[in-house]
Design a protein around this ligand. Structure first.
Ligand SMILES: NC(=O)c1ccc[n+]([C@@H]2O[C@H](COP(=O)([O-])OP(=O)(O)OC[C@H]3O[C@@H](n4cnc5c(N)ncnc54)[C@H](OP(=O)(O)O)[C@@H]3O)[C@@H](O)[C@H]2O)c1
Length: 223
């Protein structure tokens, strides 16, 4: 892995480890955790190939995801991604998983739901569930309020596009770790966000790393 750009002022003769690049201050914004979004996309903007993101990734991208998980308190993920990517109990010690849903329609006998480190993020009037829940909004989930109720300093959002769209609409994305996978994939897979009204949220480039043609970018929200 090599560094193409870093805004952080690291000396250019010293290559850092992935962890050193990623273990940066993430100050808690007023009233809620810092939200960092980690995603991989194809050159033509798709986040899905054959129903999941595996074909877009490479070992360094996997290492980046796991390194980031080791630096956060909670992974926030949409119900669609949990179902399609088969999320299990977190392997990272002390990490909790917060699953965003409206329906609360899950097979609660699966290991993710019995591991004791999962919670649901739901509208107040969603069905009762056998795991802890954070609830906000009636009918529609009030995502900003729900995120503010999550007991964490740093939250890593991991998609998918529907959840990302809701996070973007509420201007909750403080940081984006976007891997650009060196392939055109065609198809009609979703881009990074779907369902968001037009927004213009300026992000500052913090670094670009490269491995095997993959670009690992980190952007931070500018206010
Ligand atoms: N390339 C990548 O880095 C990456 C990362 C993650 C996922 N993915 C891929 O993305 C696909 C899934 O994306 P997706 O957009 O279909 O699903 P998603 O965002 O993971 O989940 C959508 C579901 O989450 C719940 N949800 C999301 N936002 C909500 C909100 N604001 N209020 C209430 N509920 C909300 C709803 O759950 P209920 O249906 O339970 O009500 C909704 O149906 C999968 O194929 C996955 O492999 C790619």
């Amino acid at each position: 892995m090599r560094r193409l750009y870093s805004h952080e002022g690291h000396p250019s003769d010293h290559e850092l480890t992935l962890r050193e690049y990623l273990d940066v201050p993430r100050p808690r914004p007023a009233g809620r955790p810092w939200v960092e979004l980690c995603m991989v996309a194809s050159l033509d903007g798709s986040t899905v190939v054959d129903h999941n993101s595996r074909a877009l990734s490479n070992p360094t991208d996997q290492a980046l995801l796991l390194t980031l998980r080791s630096l956060v308190d909670v992974v926030l993920v949409g119900a669609g991604t949990v179902r399609k990517e088969g999320y299990g109990p977190p392997k990272t010690p002390n990490l909790r998983v917060a699953v965003v849903s409206r329906s609360a329609d899950f097979d609660f006998s699966l290991p993710l739901w019995t591991c004791g480190r999962v919670l649901l993020v739901l509208p107040e009037d969603a069905p009762e569930v056998p795991v802890p829940s954070v609830r906000a909004g009636v009918g529609e989930l009030d995502l900003a309020r729900a995120v503010s109720l999550i007991d964490a300093d740093v939250v890593q959002a991991e998609g998918g596009a529907t959840l990302n769209g809701a996070l973007a609409a509420a201007d909750l994305i403080d940081e984006l770790n976007l891997t650009l996978s060196p392939q055109m994939t065609g198809g009609d897979g979703p881009r990074l966000t779907v369902g968001t009204p037009p927004v213009r949220h300026r992000m500052r480039l913090a670094h670009v790393l490269e491995d095997d043609g993959f670009l690992f970018t980190r952007y931070v929200r500018e206010h």
